[in-house]
Design a protein around this ligand. Structure first.
Ligand code: CAA
Length: 241
């Protein structure tokens, strides 16, 4: 019996690599996305992984979306909360909308998604929840008070839910990627990336999405039941937490 995995933000960037890696390991995978229909259709055509469109910052939309996934594939055994956005600005220029968008999408989504799957996981006595946080939630990052706060919040959420769910066979872990070669990082101003970020990465390069996907596969496995409440850093040595 193959397990069902749902990856939010699963049609591009790190999420797409996670969805593909889980499929390669035999999971029945669903990929959620919010807006980019063209990228989602391309991803679906390339991988055969079904795609489901909804906004993870909406509690109701998550409920409806998860219902649709479960009707198509069966109950969700593995939830990967990967969807995330940036709205970088120094705090003295940040608008309330930039703050709220990042908090609601990156952190609010953990409540919105987990709340709809946790009861089923508890009843079935099995679940794997993997939250994709960030190095910038661990160390803070100039220009990212919103993003760093949300990503740090994800780590707290992970540790609390891990305690609640442990006895029900549900593990909850966070992964903190460093700077990974995706559209999100490519959007950082080129001179900032080259002068202020790359020199701080001891391995001398950005990470690749597939390297984060390997971490998810490890934590999602049936035999990873000992590992819960953990924060797995994958950042090329940039920051030791
Ligand atoms: N590290 C160190 N210095 C930085 C920096 C960074 N990440 N970002 C900006 N700076 C420096 C700039 O080099 C500049 O220095 P100088 O005055 O000496 O030239 C100074 O801060 C001000 O920067 P800007 O002139 O660019 O000011 P701005 O107000 O126009 O923009 C900013 C500020 C929004 C922070 C912009 O520089 C920016 O977007 N920086 C990148 C922020 C960042 O690292 N975001 C991470 C995105 S990737 C991600 O989030 C994925 C993940 O999980 C890791």
């Amino acid at each position: 019996m193959s397990r069902v995995a749902l990856v939010t933000g699963g049609t591009r960037g790190i999420g797409a690599a996670i969805a593909k890696a889980l499929k390669d390991k035999g999971y029945k995978v669903a990929a959620n996305y919010a807006g980019n229909d063209e990228a989602a259709q391309r991803f679906n055509a390339e991988t055969g992984i079904p795609v489901f469109k909804w906004d993870v910052s909406s509690f109701e939309a998550c409920g409806e979306g998860i219902k649709a996934v479960e009707a198509a594939l069966g109950p969700v055994d593995v939830l990967v909360n990967n969807a995330g956005i940036t709205r970088d600005a120094m705090l003295h220029r940040m608008k309330p909308e930039q703050w709220m968008a990042v908090i609601n999408t990156n952190l609010g989504s953990l409540f919105n998604m987990c709340r709809h799957v946790i009861e089923g996981m508890r009843e079935r006595k099995f679940g794997r929840i993997v939250n994709i946080s960030s190095i910038n939630g661990q160390k803070g990052q100039m220009g990212q008070t919103n993003y760093s706060a949300a990503k740090a919040g994800e780590i707290g959420f992970t540790k609390a839910l891990a305690q609640e769910a442990a006895r029900a066979g549900v593990t909850v872990n966070a992964i903190c990627p460093g700077y990974i070669n995706t559209e999100m990082v490519q959007a950082v101003p080129k001179d900032v990336l080259e002068k202020s970020i790359l020199p701080l990465i001891p391995i001398g390069r950005l990470g690749e999405p597939e390297e984060i996907a390997r971490c998810v596969v490890f934590l999602a496995a049936d035999d990873a039941g000992l590992i819960t409440g953990a924060t797995l850093s994958a950042n090329g040595g940039q920051y030791f937490h």
